[in-house]
Write a protein that binds this ligand. Structure first.
Ligand code: ADP
Length: 641
């Protein structure tokens, strides 16, 4: 029995009743009623009827207009027009709009049933067609989805795996799956022979794959390689790929890496099967791109790995110790020499905190407390007496590296040389004192001519110069050896004032301004007062000596955190850039001072040794022609302790 639902939406209620009770309900149809356009829409929303009877006017609304809207929303609905005032024009318009039929009074049961059956047949056909179509589209969409999933799977595999065999096997497997081919092969060019070999294959016999070789000059794959164009072979007659390798259908696409074709990806059917089409070509090309990326990645990785292992070999075998830490001060690398220095076995230290691995307080302090923004150098002494020159260098985005160079021999040579110089200087001092004494006596033992007096004064001047050189050398020897290092409370401000007072007459002789600029309550430090005064006196003395007459010299002092910063600033000739790295070396004198300027070239070496004995730092900033600023940073010692 028919179960179709029919909605009656007619302007005349009596006609509705007649059709319902008199014709359709007895025939077994389910009948619904609607009186207004609103009711019709709400019925359709709940359950779309199979057929609707409409009149040309529904409660003052245009029935045909309503029909148009209903068909737009529910194209499967069948509509029957039953006008209260029929006309040809109305009938024509209804047919154009897509009504399935048009009934006009008088209403005859047979006409109504025939029209309903016809409309419902149409409805059924339409529904069946829609279902078949939707199934077809779903199948095609599902297939597309499978293809995309397979491609995505390969993409994942490439980014997740560095194992080329694995990736290429997945590529040929996917090629077979996505194209429905019997077999798939990936051919690459062999650099040594210039021939193509099978790098990966699906559904080929192992022996065949191993022994497969193809010349590039007269083969289909070679043609793809040379032209960079795919080959689609449609199977009208079998095609020979090589001896005993005939195929019915074939599709080859190039493997393009950068600008170069490096191989060919192919699928084929030997038994017959289907021909390949453009969709297969697109899919295979995508797979070929993936394969090319994987091959290029593997090549780059191998290249990087070779470079990395070269660098590692160099770092491991160089004579310097190298330690690299990351930004969190965890170890990245400790080379062989550094391992030997700190007695580290071959254990894996990577990622561990430096203080847990290296037992050397100075080095650990240097690497953990200090964050170098530019290279920083210092000396490190091991327990066995070896001395290393350590350079800390920041490496952007990595961390820091410490290189350690063994300077034990140089230090020993330096010590021997200093000892020698000290001994000789000491031995020279007594005869020089005797010379000076006798020269002074000359005047008393007889009258001297003017010329003789002149010669005597030159002798005195030169002996004094040599004596001051010897005194400097002896001082330096003592400071470097750490002798006579007293540890007393030194009030820095008083010391600065005393030095300035002492040298103010030399400055006035050259009409120079000697100014002092001290921040209030400059702290005290702990050290050797004689040496600290010597340090300051050398710097201010240099500034007076090298600055032109009328120039200005400033001595500044201020505290910053737990450090005191002293500066001697002048507006003299400055120091040429090329000389600046060496002016703290013994006997070094800059190239811009006149040859006759008195001096030994030892003053700044003494200053530097004193500063370092005080655990301080010294450097110079100088612009030739504009002046020099010597800066000393000394740690402040809490004198209550
Ligand atoms: P000396 O003064 O006996 O030559 P120093 O070791 O004190 O030796 O100084 C080394 C060199 O540094 C000097 O010869 C001079 O060339 C340069 N120098 C030092 N202080 C100054 C300064 N204030 N202005 C310019 N040059 C300077």
């Amino acid at each position: 029995m028919a179960k179709e639902t029919i909605l009656l939406a007619l302007s005349d209620p009596s006609t509705s009743q007649l059709i319902d009770k008199g014709i359709l309900s007895p025939a077994g149809y389910q009948i619904l009623h609607a009186r207004t356009a609103l009711e019709i829409r709400s019925v359709c929303k709940r359950q779309v009827p199979d057929l609707i009877f409409l009149s040309e006017q529904i409660e003052g609304e245009d029935g045909l207009q309503l029909a148009r809207q209903l068909l737009e929303s529910f194209p499967q609905i069948q509509l029957l027009l039953l006008p209260s005032q029929p006309s040809d024009a109305l009938a024509i318009e209804a047919m154009r709009l897509g009504f399935s039929d048009y009934l006009q009074p008088p209403i005859r049961s047979q006409d109504v049933l025939q029209a309903v059956q016809k409309a419902l047949r149409q409805h059924e056909q339409l529904s069946n067609w829609a279902e078949v179509e939707s199934q077809r589209h779903t199948r095609s969409l599902q297939q597309r989805l499978n293809e995309l999933e397979a491609l995505q799977h390969i993409g994942h595999k490439i980014s997740a795996s560095l194992d080329l065999d694995n990736v290429l096997s997945a590529v040929v497997e996917a090629a077979v799956e996505l194209t429905g081919a019997e077999e798939s092969s990936l051919l690459l060019i062999e650099e040594s022979s210039g021939e193509l070999y099978m790098r990966a294959a699906k559904n080929f016999q192992d022996e065949f794959v191993r022994t497969f070789r193809l010349p590039t000059h007269d083969s289909l794959a070679g043609q793809v390689l040379r032209t960079g164009q795919p080959v689609l072979f449609d199977g009208k007659k079998p095609q020979k790929i090589k001896t005993a390798y005939l195929v019915q259908n074939l599709l080859y696409v190039p493997l393009q890496a950068k600008e170069r074709v490096i191989g060919v990806l192919g699928v084929d059917n030997r038994q017959g099967g289907h021909t390949f089409n453009n969709t297969h070509l697109t899919l295979l090309s995508a797979l070929a791109d993936y394969a090319a990326i994987a091959i290029e990645n593997a090549r780059l990785y191998a290249h990087t790995e070779i470079e990395r292992s070269k660098l590692e070999t160099i770092l491991t075998n160089i004579a310097e110790g190298v330690i690299v830490i990351d930004q969190d001060r965890r170890l990245i690398l400790v080379n062989r020499m550094a391992r030997e220095m700190f007695e580290l076995a071959d254990e894996n230290i990577s990622g561990r905190r430096i203080q847990d691995v290296i037992r050397h307080d100075d080095l650990v302090n240097l690497l953990t407390r200090f964050r170098a923004t530019e290279p920083f150098r210092t000396e490190i002494t091991l327990e066995d007496g070896r001395v290393f020159y350590a350079q800390l260098t920041p490496i952007p985005d990595v961390g820091q590296t410490a290189t350690l160079q063994d300077i034990t021999n140089l230090k020993e040579l330096d010590r021997i040389k200093s000892d020698f110089v000290s001994t000789v200087s000491h031995d020279l001092r007594s005869p020089l004192t005797a010379i000076l004494g006798y020269v002074e006596l000359l005047d008393r033992v007889g009258p001297l001519s003017e010329l003789q007096r002149e010669f005597i004064s030159r002798v005195q001047f030169n002996v004094q110069t040599i004596t001051s050189l010897i005194n400097d050398l002896l001082d330096l020897g003592r400071i470097e050896a750490g002798f006579d290092a007293r540890n007393e409370i030194v009030p820095i401000d008083a010391m600065i004032k005393a030095v300035v007072e002492e040298l103010s007459s030399s400055a006035s002789e050259k009409s120079q301004q000697l100014q002092v600029d001290l921040s209030p309550e400059l702290p005290v430090t702990l050290g050797d007062p004689v040496r600290l005064r010597q340090m300051l006196s050398n710097l201010v003395g240099n500034a007076i000596r090298y600055t032109q007459a009328g120039g200005t010299i400033r001595v500044r002092g201020r505290a910053e955190g737990d450090q005191v910063i002293l500066q001697v600033v002048d507006n003299g000739p400055g120091i040429p850039l090329a000389d600046q790295p060496y002016i703290f070396d013994k006997f070094y004198r800059a190239s811009n001072i006149p040859a006759e300027t008195p001096g030994t070239g030892l003053g700044l070496a003494i200053v530097k040794s004193i500063v370092e004995n005080q655990q301080g730092r010294i450097w110079v900033d100088s612009n030739p022609g504009q002046g020099s600023t010597f800066t000393i940073v000394l740690p402040i010692t809490d004198h209550e302790l």
